[in-house]
Write a protein that binds this ligand. Structure first.
Ligand code: UDX
Length: 435
């Protein structure tokens, strides 16, 4: 099937490459010419395991191409809209300008019978207004949110844990569902659960899932505060809670909290939407989740200050981790870099390193000293902070060998990802959140 993908960031680039790997002819369109140049040259513009291979295969088979020219979408049966919906400057709400622009740009090139499938994360109620604009052209609009995690985007798209399709209860809507099911035939053949619903539920399915994941992490961080005040251990507490299958152990890791391009902004956008809907208690609840998350970052800064005897002024701090999570070079709203930034503002001499995000971190935080090699970061450190739980830090650093590479004797585990007793047994002073 000929398909177009409008917006080729994390979501769109991966979606385009995966759809081509399923045998479709895919044209990806984006207004960012450098992004398109990179994708058209078969290069992944960001770190994402498995994407490069799919791009190369797509180019070799001739099924995958990229352009900045929106007219190239003509003739596609489905147009997937995958543009970003970042947080608006100065408010908690989502900025829908890229979405509206994509639809404006697309409209002159659609034909009756085409299906437009929204995959971007949007405030509930957005799709129905777009559906009206498209239906007068004989084009139906569906909403099909994505649930991919960065660092696992290719696997999550090839083997999703569910497919949610929202459509209006009209003949055109039902025809749209049949077309989309045809495009997803190979994914659906693998018995992926399919949830068919209306536009509003589909829009909400994404933000509600992200707000729930965020709430779970903030719950763990709330318990970390209680644990710190009482002498309990939040890691063992999470193990104990997680054995209850209704709770589950995943996303219960306390530390410096969540960041990235999705959870924080989706949580805030839902809070803003709740406010518009006059659901003020719901808004407050979601904002509390956000507040606990942001507090987790400042609580770690407080631990560092305490460990250094009340002031970080002039003290040399090595930070392991810049990406908002492992297996990613994304530094958007990175808790690690925010902690680095705070400590620097308080006068500390901070050096940061990361296995994948050095370049992005330098671009976004030119004020920080960011080095490629762990040894250069450890060099003359007084204290070491682990702020992104890369396996290179959590599993591959040996407490003994690190001791030989640095004068530091204190390690602060901002992700509760180290095996504490190994560090303590090797003579380290170990500190963490909630333990
Ligand atoms: C998230 C959702 O998981 C995904 O389904 C959605 O489509 C997009 O948003 P992603 O942003 O890639 O994906 O990251 P995720 O793996 O969920 O991690 C988010 C943040 O939470 C990271 O900063 C991570 O370090 C942090 N986290 C995660 C915790 O602090 N504790 C945990 O227990 C789990």
């Amino acid at each position: 099937m000929r398909l177009s993908v409008i917006g080729c960031g994390y979501l769109g680039a991966v979606h385009a490459a995966v759809m081509a790997s399923l045998g479709h002819e895919v044209i990806g369109v984006d207004i960012d010419s450098s992004q398109i140049e990179s994708l058209a040259g078969g290069r992944a513009p960001f770190y994402e395991p498995g994407l490069k291979v799919l791009l190369e295969e797509g180019h070799a088979s001739g099924l995958l191409s990229f352009t900045t020219d929106i007219a190239a979408v003509e003739g596609a049966r489905i147009h997937f809209v995958c543009v970003g919906t970042p947080q608006q400057d100065g408010t908690n709400a989502a900025d829908l300008r890229y979405l509206h622009r994509a639809i404006d740009d697309l409209i002159p090139h659609v034909n009756p019978g085409d299906v437009v499938v929204g995959r971007s994360t949007v405030p509930v109620g957005t799709a129905s207004s777009l559906a009206e604009r498209l239906s007068v052209l004989g084009v139906s609009l569906l909403w099909n949110p994505e649930f991919l995690r960065e660092g696992h985007a290719v696997d999550d798209t090839l083997a999703p844990d569910r497919i949610v399709i929202g459509a209006p209860a009209t003949t055109a809507g039902q025809a749209g569902i049949r077309t989309l099911r045809e495009a997803y035939e190979r994914l659906l053949a693998a018995d992926v659960p399919l949830v068919l619903t209306g536009l509003e539920t589909a829009e909400l399915a994404k933000v509600a899932a992200n707000a729930f994941l965020a709430t779970k992490i903030s719950f763990a961080n709330a318990m970390a505060e209680i644990a710190d005040a009482t002498g309990a251990d939040v890691v063992t507490l999470a193990d104990a809670m997680g054995h209850d299958i209704r709770i589950g152990r995943k996303n219960l890791n306390a530390g410096i909290g969540f960041g990235g391009g999705c959870l924080p902004k989706d949580l805030r956008a839902l809070a803003a939407r709740a406010s518009e809907l006059k659901a003020t208690v719901v808004e407050r609840f979601l904002l509390n989740v956000d507040e606990i998350n942001l507090r987790a970052r400042t609580r770690l800064v407080d631990i560092v200050v305490d460990e250094l005897g009340g002031s970080v002024q002039g003290r040399r701090i090595c930070i392991l981790g810049a990406a908002f999570k492992p297996q990613s070079d994304d530094v958007r709203d990175s808790p690690a870099l925010e902690v680095a930034h705070h400590l620097r503002r308080r006068g500390a001499v901070v050096v940061v390193t990361d296995p994948a995000a050095v370049e992005n971190a330098r671009r976004h935080h030119p004020e920080l000293r960011i080095v490629e090699e762990v040894d250069d970061a450890l060099d003359d450190a007084e204290v070491i902070l682990v702020l992104t739980d890369w396996p290179q830090f959590s599993q591959e650093l040996s407490p003994k060998s690190v001791m030989e590479r640095t004068p530091a004797r204190t390690i602060i585990d901002g992700r509760n990802c180290l095996t504490a007793h190994e560090w303590i047994d090797a003579g380290w002073r170990y500190a963490a959140v909630g333990r």
